[in-house]
Every structure is written in C-alpha cells, then in structure tokens.
Design a binder for this molecule. Sequence first.
Ligand SMILES: C/C(NCc1cnc(C)nc1N)=C(/S)[C@H](O)COP(=O)(O)OP(=O)(O)O
Ligand SMILES: [Mg+2]
Length: 560
Amino acid sequence: NSTTVGSYLASRLEEIGMKHYFAVPGDYNLVLLDKLLENKNLEMISCCNELNAGYAADGYCRATGGASAVFVTFSVGGLSLLNAVAGAYAEDLPLIAVSGGPNTNSEAEFEMLHHTLGLLDYDYQRDIFSKVTAEAVTIHDPREAPTQIDHAIQTALRFRKPVYIEIACNIADAVTSAPNVRSFGGPTASDPLSLNAAVDRAVELLSAASKPVLVAGVKLRSFGAEANFQKLADACGYAIASMPNAKGFFNEQHSHYMGIYWGPVGTPGCGEIVDSSDLCLFAGGTFTDYTTTGHAALINPSKVIQARPNSVVFPNQTFSNVKLTEFLEMLAKKLKPNDGSMIAYNRIKEEIAPLRPGTPETELSTRQLFSRIQQMLGPDSAVIAETGDSWFNGMQLDLPEGARFEVQMQYGSIGWSVGATLGFCVGAPDRRPIALIGDGSFQLTAQEVSTIIRYGLKPIIFLINNGGYTIEVEIHDGPYNTIKNWNYAELVHVFNAEDGNGFSCKARTEGELDEAIKQATAHDGPALIDVLIHRDDCSKNLLVWGGHVAKNNGRPPRFH
Ligand SMILES: C/C(NCc1cnc(C)nc1N)=C(/S)[C@H](O)COP(=O)(O)OP(=O)(O)O
Ligand SMILES: [Mg+2]
C-alpha cells in the first residue's frame, strides 16, 4: 500500500512520539506543509523566523527528551535555521531539520531559481548542513524516500544529534511506500569484555582511594544515564557535584550533593573537595574553557576517571566501546560505600545565610532579584537561563527535587532562550517555565514572544535590563557592549495587539518586584517583568570567571 513522501515523514514523526513541529512557510515547502497538516496527531507551531523555530525545537527536545522537527523553505529559510541546528549539534539534541528544495528538474534544465545564490548548484544547503548534523540527505526519488527518512530519523535518535532532510518541492506529494513496521532509536550495547575490564579497573582504583568523589556531567542526560548515575550515587556514598552544564541532572536535595563544580566559581567548598580528592569519577563531563573557568579548575588528570558516552578513560588506560549507562549501572553494584569525601566536605561547607530583603523602596540588585526567584521554585519548576550573568545567578539557585534547569552552555548563542522557552512550554505543558533573559540576548530574538502569546503559553520571563552585554563588559569592555534600551514591557502590548493575553510590567525597586511577581504568578498567561538593574551590578562569580576566561582567550600566539 502507498502514501506520499510528506505523509510518510509525518507518520514517522508521530511514531517516534512527536506531537508538535515548528514551521515557517515558503514556496519550496508549502505542499510539504499541506501533507504534514493532514496528520491530525501533529500540531504545527508557526514561528516568526526560522532561527527562532530552530531554538524552539531545541527547547522542545529538552522538554520532551525526544526528537523535534522544523520545516523551512530553501536557502533563505534553511540558512537562517542553520545556527540553531549547530547549537543542537553542540548540545546533543535530536533536532530534525526539514527543508523544501528545488524541483527535481531544475538543475538538469539549467534553471536559475529564486532564493538561491544565482548559481546552478543546488547542493550547497545540504553540504552546509552536513557540517552541523549527523546525517544530511536530499530526497529526489520518491522510491528512496522511506529508506532515507528512516535512516535520518534513526541516526538522530541513535546519536542524539540533529539531522537534515531536504525534500524537493515536487516530491512532497509524490507517491511512495507506506511506512512498514520497524523500531527506532534503541541503545547499542557495550563490548562485554571491555565493559567488565573497565568496571574492574574502576573498582580497583576507587576502592583504594580515601576520599573519592563523583561528578555529574552534561552527557548524562543526552546519553540517558541520569538514572544509572543516581543509582551509583546512592550506592557509593561519595560526595557528589554537578558541572555547570549538568545542573539539575542530579537531584540537588540529595544528602550527598555538594553543589556545582566550576573551579573558582563553583559552590563554596565544592571545588576544594573535588580538587583535593585523591580520585574523581566524572560521568559524562566536558572540560571546555567555559566549564573549567578558563582552565582555572585544578583538575588533576592523574586523579580523574572519565566515564564518557562510549568509553572509560583512566589516567593511563582507555577502554573503548563501553556505554555510559552500562558502566555506571554495573559499577553501582560493585563499589564499596565510602563517605570520606562527604566527611571532608561537611567540615568545610559554608551555610549561606539567606539574604535579608531591603525596604520596598530599595533599588533592585541581582542578589535581591534571585533571592525572590529562589522563593518561586517548586518541584514542577523549569528554569531556562540565557547566556549572560543569568548563568552565574541561575547556577546558584537551589533546585527543589524534580525542578528542571536548562542552559545552552556548550554553544552559548544569545537569544536562544526566547525560542527555547517557546519550545519548552509546548513540550512540557505541565510546567510553567521561568526564563532568565538578559536585555542583550532578548534583542536578538524578541519577536518570538508574540508566538508565545499566540499559542497562549504561560512562561514568566524575567527580562534582566542592565543596559548591555555585561558578560562581555567583564571579559573585555568597549563601546560595543552598550545597547539601546527598549520599553520591553510595552513590547508585550505591541505583540498582544487586539487579542493577546500577555502581562508585563517594569520593576525598579524591591517593592515593585514583589508586586510584579505576585501579579505575574496570578496571571493566567505569559508574563514579562522588565527588571531594571545597574549596568555594573553582576554576580561576583561573573567577575572571577570573566577574568580567567579573558586571560585564557588572550594566550599569546606561539611560533616555532
Ligand atoms: C554579546 C554576548 N556574547 C557574544 C555573542 C554574540 N552573538 C551571539 C549569537 N551569541 C553570543 N554569545 C553576550 S554573552 C552578552 O553579554 C549577553 O548580554 P545580555 O543578554 O544582556 O546578558 P548580560 O548582560 O548578563 O551579559
Ligand atoms: Mg545585559
């Protein structure tokens, strides 16, 4: 029996659990969108531009844990979407980028086409996407469509990476085979010999250590190993830390949780225990200039075991083809409990006294802002922290068990959070996300607030208005770090037009902020609070981190 290429794709997306997709129309993808719309189990979310549609799909993956899809037109759409797909690659998210493409006859007929470079080579978009995806295919022959579509979807789910599917505009409604039964995704198993040898080696080294610690890394979630890590944490009794881009992947209320391991800007006492430990097991960690604070973290490679997605790396031995999930699971069964590092931590940990509020007339500071945000958090919260000082202030939030925390720390493309908040709300309707968005970031992608209003989504957005790019100010200041102020609250009214339900207001003092949070929380719709903060008011940690990162960026060139 048969179907069309577009309907085939729609039914596969539905089959892998997708309920929504994000789209911007164009004449290369209109027929394809018609086919998608015929599938009543998938809802189209129309976005203002393709970059934001991609960021929304990024947020959707984070919310659902599954794949997402974006539908765009050729070149003018696809090349705008590109940056969000690169971000999904960096963040290990299975985003399926689908672009309409030129008619299958065009190139052979030497037909010049609109929206293109004006050359007769129409492969360029697929070539470009092949650099930021795990698979990039162009569908010209409807008979090949099922194989190409299935392979691309399987690759996205298997490797947790974006893929690119280009469908020629005259093929979207061409007849092809109906989907046949098959499974998608699924874990690949470790090599059993390598797995056992790696676990035995880890047990041997960890059992000999006096104060071993366990550190959660960003790949725990993308490789489905959070539960295995939790089991290991419960079994070993070690002190536990999370790296900044893994915040929230381990329950921060766990009795052995120390906090964020981020070198000099981590939770007080945490970095000292990790750095002074005689053996650290990092599970899924990435050691970039940003996650090590310009390499100021005192990680001693001779005292580190790295459990990576597909291998375990000891100081002088590597075991390949060992799956992170299976390694952690098996290790949990074999390790003797040892609370040496927890005892050491309890000796030095600092009780951070809660901040005393000022008067209602006191001008707002980031510290007072974030002490209010802390009070808003509950088990069904989701905090989306944009690149900026929000990383540092967000990192210090104490997450209740079950609360989610999203950052794009690997890619760090400012503006991501507006689309990501849209996508997260669509993917997790049972949560009311709190978005922490700096004014600079917001100005790149502000118009997607109108899509949040259009679909009646209800995030609470804290627009942190400090007059510019404060992270850049602290790394290296200059006139380019100052931005033009907007009337952000007024912008919500612009987007509301005659039928929107967005709430917004400004807050300059602690009293105004308390009132604003009360109204935003009570409002049954999206809310934006424009929080006015002094240009130089940033977290202490940003100052420390900025200095180290600037120094690392400025390493002199070496010549031989
Ligand atoms: C300009 C830039 N980074 C460079 C940059 C420029 N363009 C893109 C797309 N991504 C980037 N990270 C960054 S982090 C700004 O400080 C963000 O400013 P804002 O959102 O206002 O936050 P803070 O004031 O807290 O820093
Ligand atoms: Mg700013």
